[in-house]
Design a binder for this molecule. Sequence first.
Ligand code: C2E
Ligand code: MG
Ligand code: MG
Length: 691
Amino acid sequence: MLEIEPLLLVVDDDRVTRLTITKVLTKAGYRVIDADDGLQAQQQIALHQPEMVLMDVMMPNMDGYSACREIRTRYDHQALPVLMLTGLNEMESIDKAFESGATDFITKPINWTLLTQRVRYALRTKAMGNALIRNQERLSQAQRIAKLGYWEIDILSGRVHCSDELYWVLGMETSTEVGELSSFLSLVVDEDRDEVESAIKIACESGGAFELEYRIRRADGEVITVQQQGQVNYSADGKAESLLGTVQDISERKAAEALIEYQAFYDSLTDLPNRRLFGDHLSHAISLAHQQHRQLAVLFVGLDRFKVVNDTLGHAAGDQLLCELAQRLKSLVRDGVTVARFGADVFAVLFEGLDAETDISSCASSMIEQMASTVTIREQEFFTSSSIGIAIFPHDGNSGEELLKAADTAMFRAKEMGGQQYQYFTADMNLKAQHRLKIEIELRKALERDEFQLFYQPQIDARTRRLVSMEALIRWNHPERGMISPLDFIPIAEESGLIVPIGEWVIRTACRQTMEWNRKYGLNLRVGVNLSGRQFTQPDLIEMVDDVLQKSGLPNHCLDLEVTESVAMDDIDSCIATLRQFKEMGIYSSMDDFGTGYSSLSYLQRMPLHTLKIDRAFVKDIGKNGENGEIARAIVAMAHSLGMNVIAEGVETEEQLQFLSAQGCDVIQGFYISKPLDVISFERGLKSLAA
Ligand code: C2E
Ligand code: MG
Ligand code: MG
């Protein structure tokens, strides 16, 4: 950077003095401008901003003192040094010069060597002063960013001095005099004051350092948390002189810490304790119950069909429902009973210190009753119900883990029984749960070990009685247990997610087999494949089906995908969208087990389905004890009015077949025609048809 020589202003009404000074200073390496009175000096300063002024005292228009005062008021700080040129040894004028704000003086007649020295030192002092101010400013700014201030107590007098930054942290005007230690202590909140006072006292007496966190009420009433570090300063002869304490506002950090802690132990949606906190409470309660030989109860409260709300109304509405139910549950129990959110749609309740009087059953019933009311979300009414599982300590488990598992198992059982009820845990449930687990483990291996097999059940045209299609039904050929019905393992596969790979295997195998038979026997058979809920919501379902059809070579219209009502109702809109895509691809779709679920006619109308399969329940009694098949008749009529075909399932007698075909039922499936057959038997049938 180019060094520019400092610019000086020389003010004197005597032209000769002015010129001489200018000459001397220019020679010494400065740039010089001049003015011949105080007024002109002001203009020069405004125009050129010199770094120093050399000023004569006696001048017309405005004398040196007034000019100096003017500079100080206008350009405030000491930043602009003013060197007064006074008469020799005129003490009075020297005093006056300093009073008007002069930095230094030099007596006339001027000693020229001294003048240059004085100027040089004045400029150097100014530079040092500037650097100091800059440092202080930076330090102060850094302290403000860190919300840090300090106080200092004079140990002898007890007087307190506070830094500007501390006033700022405290939200007080800088001029506010804290003065006494007691005034500072009065700002500390009541609960923390004694601790702060004694820490300061001990430090003053013992000369040690201390560190402390406490709360202060700011001038605006806000309470902040500060961190205090204190340390004693000693005089040269080793005497404790003062105690210096830094005070830092750490409220933001504290708030963040509190939030993190809250999130670790509470559910942010419902504000209830979370699983972790519940677990902590439970272990604590168990050790207490153990000591006092008392019982406690863990209840798992699961919402029935919560997924339906979530899927049909969206997650925001689902969240709102959860909050509403959490509040309700909380209001149902007395204080001291822990209610937590344990899973997405499961709450856990802990009843401690049970005695003979506590009636858990009636608590559970009233919970079920209260939770089973209608809630209104976005002007839509929802019927909610819940299922409760109950586990008792020490009867059902000795540890938290055992009790939680028992309550979960019991809740699962309550749901299995149709929901909206409570179940106590029983040892028998444990066996069932173990059995499930065992099946799940074995299911995982079954696919690799090729233990699955497809059976095919023929479906015939009701009028011509010719074979038109068949339904593929899975069997598990277990190495020890023999043939296992899908009813026993599909729900487990569904829950564990294993249904996805198993289901894909079913479609592949069924399509490949059907194509092979069609080709071999010149047929155009369609195969029905059951799709489970889990499979139906797979994002790549369409691609998977498309890929299977491509690879097997089976025409799209030869595949019929069966879904049940509950699958469709779980998420109606996306179900409709998926079915529509299948329809566009020319793939058939059927509503399986129709009449057993709870789908309404209005939904059915919107579903792009080809076929309704009347559930066996409406077929099995036809012809028995005067049962006239009214429901089956109505379903056939309704399906036809919606442009759908009808398949009757579970037809076991000629009478049923006659009746159903008289009603216009299109296709018949059931033991009367044939049981589901393994590949060899089915093919034997095809051969005989071809013969
Ligand atoms: P579904 O789809 O309604 O299948 C019809 C069930 O009724 C079959 O039982 C069949 O054997 C039985 N059935 C057929 N005709 C008669 C009859 O005249 N009388 C009686 N009493 N029963 C008859 P299955 O094979 O045990 O299958 C039971 C259920 O398991 C199926 O009901 C279906 O929901 C499910 N399932 C079977 N295979 C699969 C599969 O590959 N994937 C999926 N996701 N589910 C499957
Ligand atoms: Mg089926
Ligand atoms: Mg069925």
